[in-house]
Design a protein around this ligand. Structure first.
Ligand SMILES: Cc1cc2nc3c(=O)[nH]c(=O)nc-3n(C[C@H](O)[C@H](O)[C@H](O)COP(=O)(O)OP(=O)(O)OC[C@H]3O[C@@H](n4cnc5c(N)ncnc54)[C@H](O)[C@@H]3O)c2cc1C
Length: 284
């Protein structure tokens, strides 16, 4: 089955795109975080969102969730790890499953700048962002796993079932993993190194860790890692006023298109992107 659109990202930009596509009865999927966006929840006080003169991030997040439920919108709580241009349509991969779509709205927020040196170079050659896709390749091997959120614990468990040894770098509080073959490492990673394949992590204290592979579980993936022909300038996706990217049928909205990083901008761009999707589908 081919969808009209797939939205990637569940912050204000993705929500706004989803509300509008639903209103126009489009057949779409929405990938993101079941909690919508950590960035919304974390704001202490928001004073610049129209109609809500003073609201906490938690209250704004609750209002967004209520709106999502009121519209009957469903989020697929999976990280999209790759998008393939099929010449006229796209194949979106999330946790080892492919979904076909005519259009895409990228609303992934900004990827934190803390990608490791060497990381991108070894994607597909020892660096993976998807446990279910690539875990089987590391059966009985030694792997490093970077996890930035509790929501990835089931994936770490899955990898620990397969691997001989997991070196876990948990970058969040209260990691509850308890497995004999999982060793916690509390040092920062400086660089991913190797020959043809990634095989070494250089750590902050100058020591090196030899591994067969590295899984990196972040809440976001760099735009060009997702879709390699996408035009990106200074880490932001290039768009025009219709939120069109350089790729036909691919639109972007929110922080991923650039500053200012603000809720109102994200919501506005999500709205424009959805309308451009509708127009594009109509023209086809
Ligand atoms: C502490 C804090 C306070 C702030 N206060 C304010 C304020 O007062 N006023 C204001 O206007 N703005 C504020 N902001 C900025 C605001 O949070 C952002 O501008 C806004 O959330 C951007 O929305 P977005 O939809 O573009 O992305 P995000 O809110 O970042 O949402 C992106 C979502 O997409 C998901 N995602 C990313 N990649 C993938 C993938 N590959 N597959 C599936 N899902 C994916 C992420 O998990 C995330 O849930 C604040 C930000 C912070 C951190």
């Amino acid at each position: 089955m081919r969808y009209d659109c797939i939205i990637i990202g569940s912050g204000p930009a993705g929500l706004s795109a989803a509300i509008n596509l639903k209103t126009y009865q489009k057949n779409f999927l929405w990938f993101g975080n079941a909690q919508l966006s950590e960035k919304v929840q974390k704001a202490e006080k928001v004073v610049n969102y129209p109609g809500m003169p003073e609201i906490t991030g938690q209250e704004l997040a609750a209002a967004f969730v209520e709106h999502k439920e009121h519209q009957g919108l469903e989020i697929i709580d999976k990280i999209v790890s790759s998008i393939y241009d099929m010449g006229g349509y796209y194949n979106v991969m999330a946790e080892n499953q492919f979904y076909e779509t005519d259009t895409i709205v990228l609303a992934m927020g900004v990827v934190p700048a803390n990608q490791y040196q060497g990381e991108t170079e070894f994607v597909g050659r020892g660096v993976s962002y998807c446990a279910t896709c690539d875990g089987a390749l590391y059966k009985g091997k030694n792997i490093a796993v970077v996890s930035t959120s509790e929501r990835f614990e089931h994936e770490v468990e899955f990898l620990a079932d397969l691997a001989e040894k997991v070196y876990l770098f948990p970058y969040y509080k209260d990691c509850k993993m308890e497995r004999e073959n999982v060793e916690f490492i509390k040092k920062p990673i400086k660089e991913v190194k190797g020959g043809f394949r990634a095989e070494q992590l250089l750590l902050g204290d100058g020591t090196e860790l030899m591994v067969d592979g590295i899984f990196i579980m972040r809440n976001a993936i760099a735009p060009t890692t997702l879709l390699n022909k996408l035009e990106v300038v200074d880490g932001h996706i290039e768009v025009n006023r219709k939120m069109e990217t350089n790729l036909k049928g691919v639109f972007a909205a929110g922080d991923c298109t650039g500053k200012p990083y603000q809720y109102a901008k994200a919501v506005g761009e999500g709205n424009v992107a959805a309308h451009s999707v509708i127009e594009y589908l109509g023209e086809r």
